[in-house]
Design a protein around this ligand. Structure first.
Ligand SMILES: Cc1cc2nc3c(=O)[nH]c(=O)nc-3n(C[C@H](O)[C@H](O)[C@H](O)COP(=O)(O)O)c2cc1C
Length: 172
């Protein structure tokens, strides 16, 4: 069985949820470890044949430690089967929901020397009730500008879980 590591960079937990689902699918044929980026820093990547990294977007950016982790482990990553997926709400729009058309996938590729062998993007969540005042205001504004949902009492999940399954199946 292949040893696979899935690393997630997540703030509100949705990228972790997607990673957990991918782990579930892969665990039928892989030994899977799931780790936050913080946990992954303490692991030896030499033990794995496949590494999958997922990260969400906040105000247009990934976290700095995502790129530090990739930079530090670039040789290991390149040696192995590998994949990257981005989670953002721009991907809810059909014209921005492929690895080629999503601006944050492009932004990721420009910011790193790593060229993932598999790439995908999943639409995330807008969960107004959990946001603080500032974030709620900003997300509502962004949603209003981009014709998204603006009811701040509700949670909107845009993730296509069949697509998550397809991504996982391609990695088996
Ligand atoms: C404060 C905040 C800022 C965000 N900024 C963006 C953004 O600039 N572009 C975008 O497409 N999605 C943005 N999102 C949507 C997140 O990418 C989405 O909620 C995702 O599901 C978060 O995943 P996580 O829970 O793993 O962090 C933002 C969300 C929040 C809460």
């Amino acid at each position: 069985m292949k040893n696979t590591l899935i690393v997630y960079s997540s703030i509100d937990g949705h990228t972790k949820k997607i990673s957990t689902k991918i782990a579930e699918y892969l665990s039928e044929s892989n030994n899977v470890d799931l780790a936050s980026l913080l946990e992954a820093k303490t692991l030896s990547l030499k033990n794995y044949q496949q590494i999958i990294i997922g990260a969400s977007i906040r105000y247009g950016n990934y976290r700095k430690d995502l790129f530090e982790f990739i930079e530090k482990n670039l040789d290991d990553l390149n040696e192995k089967e590998n994949a990257f997926f981005s989670v953002n709400v721009v991907a809810r729009k059909s014209e921005k929901n492929t690895a080629e058309s999503n601006p944050y996938v492009n932004k990721f590729l420009k910011a790193t020397k790593w060229k993932p062998k598999n790439l995908d993007v999943f639409a995330g969540v807008v969960d107004y009730p959990v946001y603080n005042f500032f974030d709620k205001f900003m997300i509502k504004l962004i949603m209003w500008i981009t014709s998204g949902p603006t009811d701040t009492k509700a949670r909107f999940e845009f993730t296509d879980w069949e697509r998550v399954k397809g991504f996982a199946e391609d990695l088996i």
